[in-house]
Design a protein around this ligand. Structure first.
Ligand code: M6R
Length: 627
C-alpha cells in the first residue's frame, strides 16, 4: 500500500522517479508527488488522482536535480487531496519525507509539536515525520542520518520512509519498520523503493532492508545501519528477473494478460515440482513431488493452520480441502486479520502456512510473527513451523518463515489476483500430494492419477481461453446494469464461488456474494428474483446433482441461472441453466483450477465493458501493507 521510490546518482532524478512510480502505481493511486533538491532548495510537486496528473504538472518544469523521492498514495489518514499527498515537508521546507505505513501515535506527536509552534498543512499521520526530523536537525551538529534516527525512535506503528533535505543535497536516508523497502545498486547511482518493480529497468542488484534497519545513500555508495546506529555489513543479491513480466505485451489490461499467462504458470510449476522420473510402480521410495520440504516441517504432523487474506484465503480453502481429503491432516484456514486478535489454542506438531501473493500483506506477516513468538519458549513439539506460499520469494514473507514454496507465478500487476490464485492452489495440490505420499494416505496409483490430471491443466486452460472468451465477452454485455450477483458452489468448488464473487465485485463494483450452494435456502434465497443472476459452479462429481437441485431452487424464484460445468455435461445442463460456461472434462478434485477461469473472464469483461479501471479499481491496492 502506497509506493515509495528514491534516487541519487548522476542522472536527472525526476523522470526516474516518475517511471518508478508508474511501476508502483498498483500499490495506490489516489495522489502522487515527487521532491528533489536543487540549488539548496527543496522542490516538491504533488497532484491529486492518478500519476498522469502529476506527470502533466511536472512536464512544465525542467529540473536537473540528481536526487529525489517520490510517492504514490493509498489514503489512510486524510482524504485523497493534493494537500494530503506526499512528499510532506517541515515548515521551513528543509526536509521532505515519503512514507508507506501508518504512524499510530501521530496524534500525540502532532499535539506536542503544535505546542512547540509547529503548523501542519495536511491531515496525514506522515506529516509529523518531517517536522520531527527538522526539530532534531535544529542542532547543527546532527547529521541527516542521526536526525532521522532520533525522529523514528519516537514513531510507533509501521513505516518505510525516504528522506531528503535541502541542507544535505548529497544524501538520501531511508528506514524500514514493518513495511517493505528495497535498495537498488547501479553504477554510481542508487535507488530505494517499496518494490523491485520500480528499479528493475535500472538495476538487478538488490538488497531488501529488514525491520529496524536504515540506510544512507550517497553518490558514492550505501551504508546500512540498525536503528540503534550500529553499522551493518550486508550484501546485495542479483535478481534473475524477466522485465517483460511488468509489461502489458499488447493486452488491453494487465489482468487479461495475467489470465492468459495461467497455462504457462502451471507449466512452470509442474516442471519445478514434479519429479519427472517418478512412476507409481517403480519408485515407492521417494516422493513424486520435489518441494524439498525440510523434514522438521512435516514430521509427526498433527495439524495445519493456514493464514491468509482475500483471494489467498480462497486458495487456502482449496488447500484445506486437499490437505484433509488427500493427506488426512486436520486443517483450519483463518483470516490473518482475525487470527492476530483471537489465535487458536496451541496444538502440538502444527504446521502454520502463510499464503500471500505479495508476500507483504501486513496482517498475514504479523499473524505469522505472532505465531512464532507465542510458541518460541515452549517445548519443541509446540514450537512454530512456518511455511510460506508465495510468488514473491524475495518478499518480507521469506524473512519470517522457515521455508517458502515459490508458486512460480512471477509478479502480478493487476490488483485483482488471477494467476497468483491459480498458482497458490497448484502449490496446495503439490503440498497435499507430498504429505499424502509421506503419510501413506493415498496409494501411489492414486497419486499418479492425480498428477496425470494436473499435467493436462495447461492445455485445458488454453482451450477455455480459446473457446470461451468471445462468448463470455458477449454475455458480459447483458450484465452491465446488474446490481447483484450470487455465486454458489459446494465442496472443493465452494471457494470458487467466493473467488468468482470477489473478482466481480472488486473490478466491476457489482455487489456479489458467494455461498455454499446448500446454504442458499437458509437465508440468501430471499434475495432472489429475476434481477439477480445466480452463477452455479456445477462440476461433475460427488456434489453435482446437489448443486443442480440448488440451482433449480433459484430458478423457481425467477433467477437467471449461469452454470459453470464440464463440456461433457453441457447437454444435460442446458435444461437447467440459461447460460453455460463450459470447461473441458476434468476430475472433480482438480476442477476448481478450471472452473475459476471463466469467472475471471466474466468479471474482467463486465468491468471492461463498463469502462472501469480494471487494473486499478477504486479504493484498492495490490499490496496491503497496513493493518
Ligand atoms: O498479497 P496477498 O495475497 O496477501 O493479498 C491478499 C488480498 O489483499 C488480495 O488477495 C485481494 O483480496 C485481491 N485484490 C483479490 O483479487
Amino acid at each position: 500500500m502506497c509506493g515509495i521510490v528514491g534516487y541519487i546518482g548522476t542522472q536527472a532524478a525526476t523522470e526516474i522517479l516518475l517511471s518508478g512510480l508508474e511501476r508502483l502505481e498498483y500499490r495506490g493511486y489516489d495522489s502522487a508527488g515527487v521532491a528533489t533538491v536543487l540549488e539548496g532548495e527543496l522542490h516538491c510537486v504533488r497532484a491529486k488522482g492518478k500519476l498522469y496528473n502529476l506527470r502533466e504538472k511536472i512536464q512544465r518544469d525542467v529540473n536537473p536535480s540528481q536526487i529525489g523521492i517520490g510517492h504514490t498514495r493509498w489514503a489512510t489518514h486524510g482524504k485523497p487531496e493534493e494537500h494530503n499527498a506526499h512528499p510532506h515537508l517541515d515548515m521551513a521546507r528543509q526536509v521532505a519525507v515519503v512514507q508507506n505505513g501508518i504512524v499510530e501515535n501521530y496524534q500525540e506527536i502532532r499535539e506536542e509539536l503544535i505546542g512547540k509552534g509547529h503548523q501542519f498543512s495536511s491531515e496525514t499521520d506522515t506529516e509529523v515525520i518531517p517536522h520531527l526530523i527538522a526539530e532534531c536537525l535544529a542542532n547543527s551538529a546532527t547529521s541527516l542520518l542521526e536526525g532521522v534516527q532520533q525522529a523514528i525512535a519516537r514513531l510507533e506503528g509501521a513505516f518505510a520512509i525516504a528522506v531528503i533535505s535541502a541542507d544535505h543535497p548529497n544524501e538520501l536516508v531511508v528506514a524500514r519498520q514493518q513495511a517493505p523497502l528495497i535498495l537498488g545498486f547501479g553504477q554510481g547511482e542508487f535507488f530505494c523503493a517499496s518494490d523491485i518493480t520500480a528499479v528493475i529497468p535500472h538495476t538487478h542488484t538488490i538488497l531488501s532492508l529488514e525491520n529496524g534497519e536504515m540506510a544512507r545513500l550517497t553518490p558514492l555508495g550505501v551504508e546500512i545501519y540498525s536503528f540503534a546506529g550500529e553499522r551493518l555489513l550486508k550484501f546485495p543479491r542479483t535478481l534473475d528477473w524477466n522485465p517483460t513480466q511488468v509489461e502489458k505485451q499488447g493486452f488491453r489490461h494487465y489482468m487479461l494478460k495475467e489470465i492468459y499467462e495461467q497455462p504457462d504458470v502451471v507449466r512452470t510449476c509442474l516442471e519445478s515440482y514434479l519429479n519427472p522420473n517418478w512412476h507409481a510402480q517403480e519408485n515407492p521410495d521417494f516422493s513424486p513431488i520435489t518441494l524439498s520440504l525440510a523434514p522438521r516441517l512435516y514430521e509427526n504432523l498433527e495439524y495445519v493452520q493456514i493464514l491468509a487474506c482475500g483471494t489467498s484465503w480462497h486458495a487456502s480453502l482449496i488447500g484445506k480441502y486437499l490437505l484433509e481429503q488427500l493427506a488426512g491432516i486436520p486443517t483450519t484456514v483463518d483470516y490473518a486479520s482475525e487470527f492476530r486478535y483471537s489465535p487458536r489454542p496451541i496444538i502440538p506438531n502444527t504446521l502454520t502456512i502463510g499464503v500471500t501473493q505479495s508476500g507483504e500483506t501486513a496482517d498475514t506477516l504479523a499473524a505469522l510473527e505472532m505465531e512464532r513468538e507465542r510458541r518460541a519458549s515452549l517445548e519443541p513439539k509446540l514450537q512454530a513451523r512456518l511455511l510460506g506460499i508465495t510468488n514473491r520469494p524475495e518478499s518480507t514473507l521469506a524473512q519470517i518463515v522457515d521455508q517458502i514454496i515459490n508458486t512460480q507465478a512471477g509478479i502480478e500487476i493487476g490488483v485483482a489476483a488471477t494467476k497468483t490464485f491459480l498458482a497458490q492452489a497448484i502449490g496446495f495440490y503439490f503440498l497435499a500430494l507430498d504429505l499424502a505420499y509421506r503419510r501413506k494416505t493415498l496409494s501411489n496409483e492414486r497419486i499418479e492419477n492425480i498428477i496425470d490430471g494436473l499435467r493436462h491443466i495447461p492445455a485445458q486452460i488454453e482451450k477455455i481461453l480459446e473457446t470461451q472468451e468471445s462468448y463470455i465477452e458477449e454475455l458480459a454485455h447483458e450484465f452491465t446494469e446488474t446490481q447483484d450477483f450470487i455465486f454458489v458452489g459446494r465442496g472443493i468448488n465452494f471457494p470458487i464461488a467466493l473467488e468468482g464473487a470477489l473478482k466481480l465485485k472488486e473490478i466491476s463494483y457489482i455487489h456479489a456474494e458467494g455461498y455454499p450452494a446448500g446454504e442458499m435456502k437458509h437465508g440468501p434465497i430471499a434475495l432472489l428474483d429475476s434481477k439477480v443472476p445466480v452463477v452455479a459452479i456445477a462440476m461433475p462429481g460427488s456434489v453435482y446433482d446437489k448443486v443442480l437441485s440448488n440451482a433449480q431452487e433459484a430458478k423457481a424464484r425467477d433467477a437467471r441461472l449461469i452454470g459453470v460445468t464440464s463440456a461433457m455435461n453441457a447437454q444435460e445442463a442446458t435444461s437447467t441453466f440459461d447460460d453455460l460456461l463450459t470447461v473441458p472434462e476434468i476430475e472433480e478434485l482438480i476442477s476448481p483450477i478450471l472452473a475459476v477461469v471463466p469467472l475471471q473472464l466474466l468479471a474482467y469483461h463486465i468491468a471492461a465493458i463498463k469502462g472501469l479501471d480494471v487494473d486499478q479499481p477504486r479504493n484498492l491496492a495490490k499490496s496491503v501493507t497496513v493493518e
